[in-house]
Design a protein around this ligand. Structure first.
Ligand code: HEM
Length: 227
């Protein structure tokens, strides 16, 4: 990350497509995280495995005298979660395409400064200079360096991509007629763990936005679609 590319973002804020993307993405993500916390997940209990894992329910019912288990009912919350999740996955594909352009604030290099020697140096310098301020909830304005903020945005994107990939796999793999396989259970664990990390990052993101605004840095002007 060169000083020049960092300045480009500071001077121009974010390109219009990124601003529009941010509004739609933030709305979808906040809704999705809330639904994810509140919904009931349809699951078949472990004890029913033998009767339905190797004989289809219809066959089991007719010829073996085993009580048929109908599919567990999907709640509205779970269905909304599934389709909103697929929408978020599609939005992320759009953001990945934008990350390959040189639109202001869009390029992937700006989201991952720590991948480059110059970016790592800038990160180190910012942390050294600004740490004392952070301890008293004071944030430096974007003109004084954005490597830390951009890294947080990058981790939000990374966590969102992991969440979307695992969520899409769960969409195709989650069973409502039999207990989950070990692999699906593992993917679900990664999905939940990522959600926890994402919530922590978002908490930090939103707190930073509030502090910046409060300290007069007007950063919302840089991202709002109407500006
Ligand atoms: C109340 C909600 C939110 C507010 C007020 C807000 C505000 C902002 C602001 C002001 C910036 C620009 C920071 C800068 O000056 O560099 C920004 C960037 C960003 N925000 Fe948010 N944000 C919110 C929610 C979210 C959510 C829910 C996500 C993701 C799940 C998110 C992800 C990002 C990302 C990734 C960027 C960098 C732009 C990009 O590369 O696409 N934000 N946000």
């Amino acid at each position: 990350m060169t000083t020049q590319s960092a300045n480009t973002q500071t001077d121009q804020g974010y390109a219009k497509p990124i601003r529009i993307f941010h509004s739609i993405f933030a709305l979808c993500m906040i809704t999705q995280l809330a639904i994810g916390e509140l919904m009931d997940v349809p699951e078949v209990e472990e004890g029913h495995k033998a009767s339905i894992s190797w004989i289809t329910p219809a066959v089991a019912h007719e010829s073996h005298g085993i009580k048929q288990m109908g599919p567990v009912e999907e709640t509205l919350g779970f269905e909304v979660h599934e389709y909103l999740g697929l929408t978020i996955a599609a939005l992320l594909v759009i953001r990945i395409i934008l990350a390959m352009t040189s639109l202001p604030g869009a390029n992937w290099r700006q989201l991952f400064p720590w991948l480059f020697a110059a970016g790592r140096k800038q990160l180190g310098d910012e942390i050294k200079l600004q740490m004392a301020g952070w301890k008293s909830m004071k944030l430096a304005p974007p003109e004084d360096g954005e490597a830390v903020a951009r890294s947080v945005h990058g981790f939000i994107m990374l966590a969102s991509v992991i969440m979307a990939i695992t969520g899409t796999l769960l969409y195709f793999g989650w069973s409502i007629t039999a207990p989950q396989t070990m692999l699906v259970e593992l993917i679900a664990e990664v999905h939940e763990l990522t959600v926890g990390m994402l919530e922590a990052l978002l908490g930090a993101h939103i707190l930073a936005v509030i502090l910046h605004q409060y300290q007069g840095h007007h950063i919302i002007d840089r991202i709002k679609p109407s500006a």
